[in-house]
Design a protein around this ligand. Structure first.
Ligand SMILES: CC(C)NC(=O)[C@H](Cc1c[nH]c2ccccc12)NC(=O)[C@H](CCCC/N=C(/NCCC(=O)O)S[C@H]1O[C@H](COP(=O)(O)OP(=O)(O)OC[C@H]2O[C@@H](n3cnc4c(N)ncnc43)[C@H](O)[C@@H]2O)[C@@H](O)[C@H]1O)NC(=O)OCc1ccccc1
Length: 225
């Protein structure tokens, strides 16, 4: 049966009230990437980084999945072949919509990671430099997200899925961040049909066979139907 692989970005959660990164008033217009989303920034000012992620964690906890998240979960239930969802998003709206096995290649807001022993546990709403690891008791907790310069999670599994895709769809991403932005080429090289669903043309639009422009809550249910 045809295998469908879907990559999502911040645009799919925009209509759930979660700011995107690069759109007007987006996260990166309010914060310097170097300060809040790099290991160097965390070493320099862990308190600033914890406050940045604690604010996003609180906001994300209040958000609810929209029609686009729900349509993908429905597709996963109805389609007779495998439907794999890969996301750059650190929110849990795909899971809240009922999707399973979602691969968070840039981590999860709801997770904490110990930089001393590698233990992972559910992040308290407010993490601070004093937050201690429940396993080794060291005060070496960080958000379980992938910062710039760090290797994304699940990369081997993701590349295998993308290379086995018959249909590869990209939803709500500007295609500016790598290696996520290069996955469409991997899929196309293996003969997959490729579709982009986005509010506006992205950095990688030319790489797709089919492009549909509009809000995810309209495009995705129509595409799945
Ligand atoms: C900025 C960019 C040039 N830099 C990079 O890509 C870097 C460096 C780099 C590596 N390779 C390269 C090649 C070329 C150039 C640069 C590089 N990449 C890295 O550092 C990566 C790590 C990158 C991960 C960083 N962490 C994030 N997030 C977690 C934290 C956090 O969330 O705070 S990235 C973060 O930003 C990215 C944001 O992108 P989008 O989701 O696309 O959001 P954006 O706002 O940009 O766009 C939204 C889109 O939605 C659309 N939209 C808006 N509303 C709607 C709507 N309603 N409906 C539909 N669409 C909508 C808009 O039109 C728009 O197009 C996401 O990935 C998100 O996770 N690591 C790495 O390369 O390690 C080595 C390596 C790699 C592989 C193998 C071995 C070694």
């Amino acid at each position: 049966m045809r295998k469908i692989v879907i990559l999502t970005g911040a645009g799919i959660s925009a209509e759930s009230g979660l700011g995107t990164f690069r759109d007007d008033g987006g996260l990166w217009s309010q914060h310097r990437i170097e300060d809040v989303a790099t290991p160097e920034g965390f070493a320099r000012d862990p308190d600033l980084v914890h406050r940045f992620y604690s604010a996003r964690r609180t906001q994300a906890a209040k958000a609810v999945p929209n029609a686009a998240h729900l349509a993908l979960a429905e597709l996963q239930r109805r389609w007779s072949g495998p439907v794999v969802i890969i996301t750059q998003n650190v929110d849990a709206l795909h899971e809240a919509a009922g999707a399973e096995g979602v691969l968070h290649m840039h981590g999860v807001l709801a997770g904490a990671l110990c930089t001393a022993c590698g233990h992972r546990w559910p992040a308290p709403a407010e993490m601070t430099p004093q937050t201690t690891c429940p396993a080794c008791t060291a005060a070496t907790a960080r958000p379980d997200v992938v910062w710039f310069g760090e290797i994304p999670y699940h990369l081997e599994e993701i590349l295998t899925h993308v290379q086995e895709a018959d249909l590869f769809a990209s939803i709500g991403t500007s295609g500016q961040v790598h290696p996520a932005a290069g996955l469409v080429q991997e899929a196309a090289a293996q003969g997959a049909q490729t579709v982009e669903l986005n509010l506006e043309p992205s950095e990688i639009s030319r790489a797709f066979d089919i492009r549909r422009l509009g809000p995810a809550t309209e495009l995705v249910p129509a595409w799945v139907a």
